[in-house]
Design a protein around this ligand. Structure first.
Ligand SMILES: NC(=O)c1ccc[n+]([C@@H]2O[C@H](COP(=O)([O-])OP(=O)(O)OC[C@H]3O[C@@H](n4cnc5c(N)ncnc54)[C@H](O)[C@@H]3O)[C@@H](O)[C@H]2O)c1
Ligand SMILES: O=CCCC(=O)O
Length: 646
């Protein structure tokens, strides 16, 4: 199903630079510290100490002991080497670490202002290990705000924990935490464990341990679990939308559209699971037969951004699970709550323990483990081009499979024969979707000079009708930007354009508090008024960079050749759009645009049935569609000689 209801540049850029630095050469060359199991415990000894009760839900039970035992035949058949024995011991150790650190009672989240002790409670006292950690480190405990709890009906969807080997893990190895803020108010809505390398290694080990069972599970059964997950997502869409809007800021209608699209991906890949097929080749001689089979690539590391907190996850996790892979997911730290709710629903759908693991916190440390682990065979990443390039370099060193969905700088071309009303609606819907924070947002609008003034007037008229405010308020069509840094980048792009001769047609600054829907609280949010700049030129930053904010710059052109040249003048190649009624021009321009996705008289191009991905520095590989599952499958050729003596 297509979904599009009405990009944080500096946010993305600034964080990106910081993370890139943190991941620098020192971090990437440091070998992971060996776990104690490698030196002092046998696999079975450490596994047997960590066995836990079978799952009450009746799901495939994977205790640490069970999972380690399950891993054994796989190790023995694929690589009966010392290294694999060490790997098994390490897996068992990490599983026992996960089991021990996650041996917590059913979560009762600490609510700000009403301390509810949880964590590992000491005998005969209400104090927990978290109280001690908080006291010792001065750091806050995992918690959720009453405001967040009040928004959600099924409060079990809100957990202050990652998921490792089927255990919700509420304490990170160094007991540190990070905060999640509502971008519409600036208020802290949750505090979560800041996971790092230890938790990531445990999650990788858990995913590896259960891989033999999951890949051997019949595709039909994997598909049934995915369909159940899809149904549960839709049954809880109001709660998921509330979480998504609270952490990411997008208006509720946009959150619901994203959930519908994300659920559609899960359903699509449930269908694809049973259609994986190989080939029988015509052999060059009759003494042999040749076949091609497809097999899951193995453990997948999935790293996702904040701007689509659900659909960027389902596009990776659903095809990976359908193919028979297991997953370690690292969602963005700005928006982990949607990911946690999705993982909780996956568990309820019957996904076996360890098949989907969730870690979040210290992005460079987690990323380093995922990309340097020999166990992880594939990285699926969506995010900035800067972080994507760094991951690509590290994954290349380990010859790991890689999909990258990176930045965009989408052009819209409006030719002189276009339906101008349709074009104006499309431009506003695309450019301002998620407050302009969408990788395929219209970032540069090129208009034929003959229709420029009319188109500009129509765009400005539509922009003036938008209602800016807290996305949770009814009727709001434009929410806040994700961070103050994102606000700074949009402000800088607007100021730069005006300084270089751009005409401010509407917007241009932060709205006054009184102009915002959402009451006084919204005054603390990261809002920027939707802005249209006329007479934009190629010297401006908004021509070269992804603004990732609510800015529509209008450029002029006077020939088809000029329009296509302007559109292609970017290192990005994700999405492009154009409006014309001329069939010959439509084909010519569609073929000449150097972008992975092209919308002709249409901006709502995203769909689970269509390949999503970019050219040039916008990425590698494709998500969604019939092509999407191939990213998680290895191709194996088997040649069978028939010329043997009987
Ligand atoms: N092409 C697409 O499909 C697509 C979709 C959505 C967003 N995007 C792009 O994503 C960008 C915005 O997202 P963002 O700001 O979250 O990007 P980002 O690159 O800062 O973060 C993306 C993810 O990478 C993680 N990360 C950051 N540093 C890391 C490191 N050193 N190692 C491993 N992981 C690390 C983050 O925590 C997050 O989970 C924009 O450029 C946008 O165009 C692309
Ligand atoms: O930001 C990228 C995702 C956009 C989409 O799914 O349409």
């Amino acid at each position: 199903m297509p979904y599009c209801s009405a990009g944080a540049g500096a946010g993305a850029g600034d964080r990106t630079a910081a993370s890139a630095q943190a991941m620098g050469p020192t971090a990437s060359t440091a070998p992971p510290a060996p776990g104690p199991a490698e030196s002092s415990h046998s696999a079975s000894a450490s596994a047997s100490t960590s066995a836990s009760a079978p799952s009450p839900s009746g799901r495939m039970a994977h205790t640490a002991a069970g999972a380690a035992a399950a891993a054994r035949p796989f190790h023995l058949t694929t690589a009966a080497t010392t290294a694999s024995a060490r790997g098994l011991a390490r897996a068992a150790h990490h599983l026992s670490l996960a089991a021990a650190s996650a041996a917590l009672p059913a979560p009762t989240p600490h609510v700000y202002g009403q301390p509810v002790p949880y964590g590992v409670r000491h005998k005969g006292t209400a104090r927990t290990n978290l109280d001690e950690a908080a006291q010792a480190t001065g750091l806050s405990k995992p918690a959720v705000s009453p405001e967040l709890l009040a928004r959600v009906t099924d409060q079990r969807l809100i957990r202050t924990a990652g998921l490792i080997g089927g255990k919700w893990t509420e304490v990170s190895s160094d007991k540190s935490t990070f905060e999640v803020k509502n971008p519409a108010t600036g208020a802290v809505i949750a505090t979560l464990p800041r996971m790092r390398a230890d938790e990531t290694r445990a999650a990788i080990a858990a995913a590896h341990a259960v891989l033999p069972q999951w890949r051997a599970t019949p595709a039909r059964d994997r598909a049934a679990i995915l369909r159940k997950w899809h149904d549960l997502i839709l049954a809880h869409k109001a709660d998921i939308a509330a979480l998504m809007t609270a952490e990411c800021g997008k208006p509720t209608a946009e959150a619901l559209a994203e959930i519908a699209g994300g659920a559609a991906s899960v359903d699509w890949f449930a269908g694809e699971a049973v259609r994986v097929a190989g080939d029988v080749l015509e052999p060059p001689s009759r003494d042999r037969r040749m076949v091609v089979i497809k097999q899951p690539v193995g453990v997948v590391g999935a790293i996702t951004p904040w701007n689509f907190p659900m659909s960027m996850i389902t596009r990776k996790v659903a095809p990976a699970l359908a193919a028979g892979c297991t997953v370690v997911l690292k969602p963005a730290e700005l928006t982990p709550l949607t990911a946690i709710a999705l993982a909780e629903l996956a568990e309820r759908a019957g996904l076996p323990d360890g098949v989907l693991n969730l870690v979040m916190g210290d992005a460079p440390a987690i990323g380093h483990e995922l990309v340097h682990s020999d166990t992880v065979r594939k990285i699926g990443f969506t995010g900035s081009t800067a972080v994507g390039k760094m991951l690509a370099a590290a994954a290349g060193a380990g010859v790991k499979r890689l999909s990258l969905e990176l930045g965009g700088n989408a052009p819209v071309l409006v030719f002189e024969d276009a339906d101008l009303e349709l074009a104006a609606r499309g431009i506003v819907a695309s450019a301002l979707r998620n407050a302009g924070q969408t990788c395929i947002c219209a970032n540069r609008v090129f208009v034929h000079t003959a229709v420029y003034d009319k188109l500009a007037e129509a765009v400005v008229g539509l922009v003036r009708k938008l209602k800016v405010g807290d996305g949770a308020e009814a009727g709001v069509t434009l929410g806040p930007l994700i961070t103050p840094a994102a606000l700074e980048k949009v402000t800088a792009h607007v100021n730069d354009a005006v300084a270089k001769g751009g005409k401010l047609l509407v917007g241009g600054a932060r709205p006054e508090a009184g102009q915002l829907a959402g009451g006084a609280g919204a005054a603390g949010g990261n809002f920027f008024a939707p802005t249209v700049i006329g007479e934009a030129t190629i010297e401006m930053r908004c021509f070269k960079e992804e603004t990732f904010g609510p800015l529509i710059p209008l450029f002029r052109f006077s020939s088809d050749e000029e329009a296509v040249l302007l559109a292609n003048t970017t290192e990005y190649g994700l999405a492009a759009y154009f409006y014309t009624r001329d069939l010959a021009r439509a084909w010519r321009v569609a073929e000449e645009l150097e972008f992975g996705m092209v919308g002709l008289n249409e901006v709502a191009i995203t769909s689970e049935v269509a390949p999503f991905g970019g050219l040039k520095q916008s990425g590698l590989g494709r998500e969604q569609s019939v092509y999407g599952i191939g990213e998680f499958l290895d191709i194996k050729y088997i040649c069978m000689g028939l010329n043997y003596s009987s």
